[in-house]
Write a protein that binds this ligand. Sequence first.
Ligand SMILES: [Fe+2]
Length: 333
Amino acid sequence: MGMQPDRRDFISRSLLAATALSAPAAAAPAAGPDKIPSSFALDGNRVRLFSPRIAKGFTVTMIADTHLFRDDERDEAFRQFSGRMAGAYNSTRHFLTGQPTNPEQGFVEALQAAKTSKSELVALVGDIVSFPSQAAVEWAVARLREASIPWIYTAGNHDWHYEGMPGPLDSLRATWSRQRLAPLYQQAPPLMSVRELHGVRFVTIDDSTYEILPEQLEFFREQVASGVPLVLFVHIPLFAPGRDTGYGCGHPRWGAASDTGFEVERRPKWREGGHTRTTLDFHREVFAAPNLLGVFAGHIHRASLDVVNGIPQFVGNANATGAFVEIELVPQA
Ligand SMILES: [Fe+2]
């Protein structure tokens, strides 16, 4: 329904616009809570996050890009959409030793390591399965239950994707998250979730289409406004200066013109004209969040560390090659 904005509304909008234009961007103070004291360290696959706001020391294990591929007769009708990815990671080489390994072994060993280090939470950060195979999801959930460590999960671009299946990515994601990935989500909503542990909030945001939806931005803003220390998990790394479009959430060059993967992955081309305003706002607000201890991501299958506005983003190697990240929360400045 079209409605004429009333005059007061128009004036206040104009004033807001004028204020925004006249204020130098760098001088604009971040709204909301004060910056909380924190720092970080990286030692092999161990990340330490320090803050006096952490209530007690504990460990969380991040697993990303396992690329499990087992399937059964329930997937027979979908083989035309799953064939390429079902063969993509059948055998791998261990990221440290170079010895032959495979995704299931990588997953089992990461959970064993999480047990050994008494991890209190496992964060599954996307591409845990290479396509939405019920058999692979059931296998992963059985291993997680055996380990009896609580877990959180956010999808990657492959978990819900049957290559070549027609339809907008948003609705394919919604369909297959519901029909196949539900046991991994447990009761959490697929697009975003939060779990608090010892004074730290572990937040997942699904950016597996490279884009952020308005309700996800709103949810992230609520987490920032809480003032509680946050750790953010996203599958696709956020853009950091100098990085290519693998760091594709909020990348200034992301878009139809830079999409080289759409034919192989049999999906619609990235958006003409680049990211939505919402995605760019999300990117800016993540790296301005005063209570964010760090961002953790997967997707590119190579370990990296970028620091943007003092906030670290850690990317883990692929669990398909045996890798995982241990995040140690340390209650000191
Ligand atoms: Fe992956």
